[in-house]
Write a new protein. Structure first.
Length: 84
């Protein structure tokens, strides 16, 4: 699977059935080449016109399934996913 294909899939948290958006980037370890996280843009400020304050960083271990159209992740509400 290529990054282009991942970018077209919607990420859904199975703990609260909330859509987080679509991935825009990956985080990986340089030495091993292993993917460590998916990066998803956070909610926009002022209807998305003024940019974004944060992004969601989803650890690879939290991904439960990658399907044809969606990526299911399991993230508890008390876990902070945002990086400023």
């Amino acid at each position: 699977m290529r990054l282009f294909e991942l970018r077209q899939k919607e990420v859904i948290n199975i703990c609260n059935c909330k859509s987080l958006g679509c991935p825009v980037d990956l985080e990986f370890e340089c030495k091993s080449g292993r993917i460590t996280a998916l990066i998803i843009p956070g909610p926009g400020k002022l209807w998305g016109l003024m940019g974004r304050d944060c992004e969601y960083v989803i650890p690879w271990e939290c991904i439960t399934q990658i399907g044809d159209d969606i990526i299911l992740v399991e993230i508890r509400e008390d876990v902070c996913l945002k990086r400023f």
